[in-house]
Design a protein around this ligand. Structure first.
Ligand code: ADP
Ligand code: MG
Length: 273
């Protein structure tokens, strides 16, 4: 299991950022969060609260108007090799095999030969249990398998910080549970810092060391909850623990509070004549 230390420098720091879209829609106002090396943090919040925007800021696709974002103490910028991003849909190239999809990102590395890249890609396909499917095209794979290829493609770049944006939201419940277990197995083996975005309470509790609940934009963080469930976690065992159900009920209450809050806390006072 990856070790986190209260004294280790943060792997990821969001420091008092503010961000509005060009149309003036404000998503973050002096928003901060951080993650320790090897920590698994889940971000839970209703649709539209700014989860994807947060990951886009973290990965340098968007820039905050104020505040700072640091990955391993360095200012974030696009194409930072330490960052891996797993999207909600697998986004594979339909004309490339599973193996070639995984190899695609490695082709930028001019110092490795094609054979070395294929071997490296195969290692990560093996890690996600898809060695046998290496030569198949995406349409010959199930949704869950496609998402595994997508995961392998990101992991093959060996990032130390992994950003995951509702990666299993489109899967059926059985496949999602199985991918949740798979994610923890890979995390235990590779030890990255993970920021995992979800709107699924069970998924957040099952995976995370810590769950951060977001308010509706631009409300910032509603609250945090440490999840002290034993690891390794498994679907059969963990999801039945009384403590799992307690965490789940607690988060259900918090999400209900979030949904009840006015969506515009900075509402202007009504003008009087
Ligand atoms: N390009 C954009 N321009 C203006 N508003 C946007 C843009 N993209 C997203 N938004 C708005 O910003 C808010 C946060 O969006 P998003 O980060 O996608 O939410 P989430 O991922 O939590 O569902 C939403 O209200 C959304 O409508
Ligand atoms: Mg989103």
């Amino acid at each position: 299991m990856p070790k986190t230390s209260a004294f280790a420098a943060d792997a990821l720091t969001v420091d008092a950022i503010s961000f509005s879209y060009p149309n003036g829609h404000r998503v973050f106002s002096s928003f901060s969060l951080s993650a320790k090396p090897g920590e698994f943090v889940a971000i839970l919040g209703p649709s539209g609260c700014g989860k994807t925007t947060l990951l886009n800021l973290l990965s340098g696709f968007q820039q905050p108007q104020d505040g700072q974002i640091r990955i391993n103490q360095a200012a974030v910028r696009p194409e930072l090799a330490e960052l891996g991003y797993v999207f909600q849909s697998a986004q594979l190239f339909p004309w490339l095999s599973a193996l070639e999809n995984v190899r695609f990102g490695l082709r930028m590395n001019a110092t490795t030969s094609e054979a070395q890249q294929r071997e490296h890609a195969l290692k990560y396909l093996r890690l996600v249990g898809l060695e046998q499917a290496a030569e198949r095209l995406p349409h010959q794979l199930s949704g869950g398998m496609q998402q595994r290829v997508s995961l392998a493609r990101t992991l093959a770049l060996e990032p130390s910080v992994l950003l995951m944006d509702e990666p299993f939201a489109a899967l059926d419940a059985i496949s999602r549970n199985s991918m949740n277990e798979e994610t923890l197995r890979l995390w235990a083996e590779l030890g990255q810092t993970v920021l995992f975005i979800t709107h699924d309470i069970d998924e957040a509790v099952f995976l995370a060391d810590r769950v951060i609940v977001l308010n509706i934009a631009p409300g910032g963080i509603h609250s945090e909850l440490n999840i002290d469930l034993p690891r390794p976690r498994s679907n059969l065992h963990t999801r039945r623990l009384p403590a799992f159900l307690d965490y789940r009920n607690e988060l259900m209450e918090r999400i209900a509070q979030v949904m009840d809050m006015p969506s515009t806390p900075t509402r202007q006072p009504e003008l009087t004549a």
